[in-house]
Design a protein. Sequence first.
Lengths: 256, 325
Amino acid sequence: MSELIEARDLCVSIGCHSVCRELSFSLGAGERLAILGRNGAGKSTLLSVLAGLRDADTGEVLLGGEGYATLGPRQAARRRGWLPQRHTDAFSSTVLETALTGRHPHLGRWDWESKRDTEIARVALAAVGLADLEERDVQTLSGGERQRLAIATLLTQAAPLYLLDEPLAHLDLNHQIAVLDLFAGAAADCGAGVIMVLHEPGLADRYCERALLVYGDGRCELGRCREMLTADRLGELYGHPLQEVEADGRRWFIPA
Amino acid sequence: MPSHRRATLVLAVLALLGAASFAAALAVGSIAVPLADVTAALIGEPIDNAAIVRELRLPRALSGFACGGLLALAGALMQVLLRNPLADPYVLGISGGAGVGAMFAILLGLSIAGLNTFAFLGALGAMLIVFGLAHGDGAWTQTRLLLTGVIVAAGCGALVALMLSIAPEHKLHGMLFWLMGDLSQSTSPWIPVGTLIVALLASLPFARELNLLARGHDTAQALGVDVKRLRYNVYAIASLVTAVAVTSAGSIGFVGLVVPHLVRLAIGNDQRLLLPASVLAGGALLTFADTLARTLIAPQQLPVGVLTALIGVPAFLFLLTRQRS
């Protein structure tokens, strides 16, 4: 079984600002990786390159051993799901219809969503606590509800690899933990792979085995959370001194 | 997600509305023809007013229905392509281009065939200019496409105004009628009818992908849509459809903007239902409007574009205020 995703010698830049140089890594079933870095360092850009939505300068991204060009968009959508950072809804549509869009890669050209697809979408909505809102118009949802709907759509898509761009945006603390538990469960029970952009090193340490630090000047460091997430390294990453504290066996970092 | 039953129901109601618009268009006019005679004339029985029904009113009703359907289809596609519910088929300058071609043909004193050719070439020219400029370096954002279209449309508007101001007086009436939309010149309905059928059949297989495109470029790509190819196709279909409609009936406003909007309010934004429903509703609206245009102050005919605008403006303002609340 080949890896869920593999990056080979990836060079990514935005204009003349380099995000990473010759980055290589792979992620197998059940593994979780956090991407951390300052605002504007290029975390989202890197994630969209991994999701095949943007071309790398050089290097390649493989899903299960095959590149995006070989796979085509439809096959790629059955291998990886991507959670965007922003959601704009130009037209109104119900919550259930939006969650059902995740079934698109599983349906033939002339198929309509079946009862089973609706069931899958309902289960996903229930998993993020939106079961009661399925007839609501997406344009009337709060920021946090809209974010949870996007996560439900991703669950409906049911791809084995999740690429999450700030999955905790707009969520309050209880939902933050619920969402991270949800993906941790998917990794543990279904062998899903998860790569997520996070802003809280403590949560990255708690929910991921590995961390990728993006410094914003082309330097990237990848390693086990235990080694990557230290007060010194994170202080340099964010350009602000941090202090490590421990509570109940978990490490947290607070700005000094 | 409308169920199959609801979808069939909505389409059946709209099809009935379309049939009613045809009945009105064939029966009403300076000589009223009873519906029984209309049916008799259509199946070829020799009755008194058969020629009026078959040779005058039927081609015009077919043209009207097809152009209304084309404009509504183009509007629905443009709204998805630009992700903007306020987009219409003319927003990218296609009617402007056709207008420049048509005005030039009238100035030269060309026949109807020449006028149609020039109008179509003008529309095609505007389409290629907008596409070429907006495509540029390959970054094809909605904003850039929209801005380019609006600017090209403004340029065309200036050229049309220029030609109107230097045109001799006896040509002005024809020019103004063309610009306001006019079905009295459309003698061969088969081009718009054929285009409508082909365009609808070409769009329907992509309807679910259009649903995703309406939700955003990256979202659609991540869910398995070949966004780049889809957008090229949608742009080409919407533009060609608009060009055919404008060529056969002049620039008739508001059908392409209001009809998809109204249909969306009634049945939601699933393109699999929205596209055929818009075609039927747009066709029915334009056929009714044209029947009114030629009967309201008969024997004088009004430009149908004026009537669709008079119906469309209040309808649209109503929608806008309703949306805010």
